[in-house]
Design a protein around this ligand. Structure first.
Ligand SMILES: [Zn+2]
Ligand SMILES: [Zn+2]
Length: 271
């Protein structure tokens, strides 16, 4: 009989399912067993339901929809999804005010403050501010059964807060929005290019490389690149850049996935 075998509690697997990501809609589920929270509701309710079905997630018990910010690609289906799922919408007070201003029928708000953690079901949620041209935009750190997950897109630049929050996560959903050269050469108007590249815009692939260099640590097992620009990036370029960084860090063991705008990414599980 073995004497010194330490009894560890059976680890619950935590899953992250990106139903879609990009400027035409964002919606991600973090789940444990059949319990889930939804982050953003950027697709119509019908599209969200269809994607939940495609991803094999239609039996999930969704407890809440958490809103990162009020841009349409994150809230387009918010009210109808919240009503259909019969769940509260969590947003910062400022974001909630803006959302109510655009749709007075939005009810069931629960508000949170960036920097003040709260719980929903088995999920510990820590919202933190991100630099982006929206009203009080946030990213989320979600901890569940000892697994730390980050969801952070729509980021103008890598703030020290962002680096601190994303440090040593088991899983990260992070923005890798554009390839600088493709953006510069695109036919987009000058002011839009400036907005995207600015400190309140979006992260380019090189910036995401920088973010990974600073935050990927021993616990990091999986990275999902998200919010790719359809016109100014390709999944291959984003993946190549991130993989190059992971290889240089001798972390080619880290799972690397690229979320798509058009279809759900198969669930990525904590290991
Ligand atoms: Zn967005
Ligand atoms: Zn945005």
């Amino acid at each position: 009989m073995e004497k010194n075998t330490q009894q560890l509690p059976a680890a619950d697997k935590i899953g992250v399912t990106v139903l879609g990501s990009g400027s035409k809609g964002n919606c991600t589920l973090v789940h444990c067993g059949r319990e889930a929270i939804m982050i953003d509701a950027g697709f119509s309710c019908r599209e969200t339901k269809s994607r939940l079905l495609q991803a094999g997630m239609s039996g999930m018990r969704v407890h809440a929809i958490l809103v990162t910010h009020e841009h349409t690609d994150h809230v387009n289906g918010l009210r109808v999804c919240a009503e259909a799922l019969d769940v509260p919408v969590y947003a910062t007070p400022k974001c909630a005010t803006v959302l109510r201003g655009t749709d007075s029928r939005l009810r069931q708000f629960a508000t949170f403050t960036p920097g003040s953690p709260f719980d929903i079901s088995c999920f510990d949620i820590d919202p933190f501010p991100i630099p982006h041209d929206a009203c009080d935009p946030v990213g989320f750190i979600i901890c569940c059964h000892g697994v730390k997950i980050a969801v952070a897109t729509d980021i103008g630049f890598i703030s020290s807060c962002l680096e601190y929050e994303l440090d040593n996560c088991d899983m990260m959903v992070v923005e890798s929005n554009h390839d600088l050269r493709m953006l510069e050469q695109s036919s987009r108007p000058w002011n839009l290019k400036q907005r995207i590249m600015g400190r309140q815009g979006h992260l380019c692939n090189e910036a995401t490389q920088d973010l990974l260099r600073h935050t990927v640590k021993d616990s990091t097992r999986n990275i999902i690149l998200a919010h790719l620009s359809a016109e100014c990036n390709t999944p291959e370029l984003a993946r190549h850049a991130a993989q190059e960084t992971l290889n240089k860090m001798e972390r080619s063991d880290v799972g690397l996935f690229v979320a798509s705008q058009t279809a759900p990414l198969p669930t990525v599980w904590s290991r």
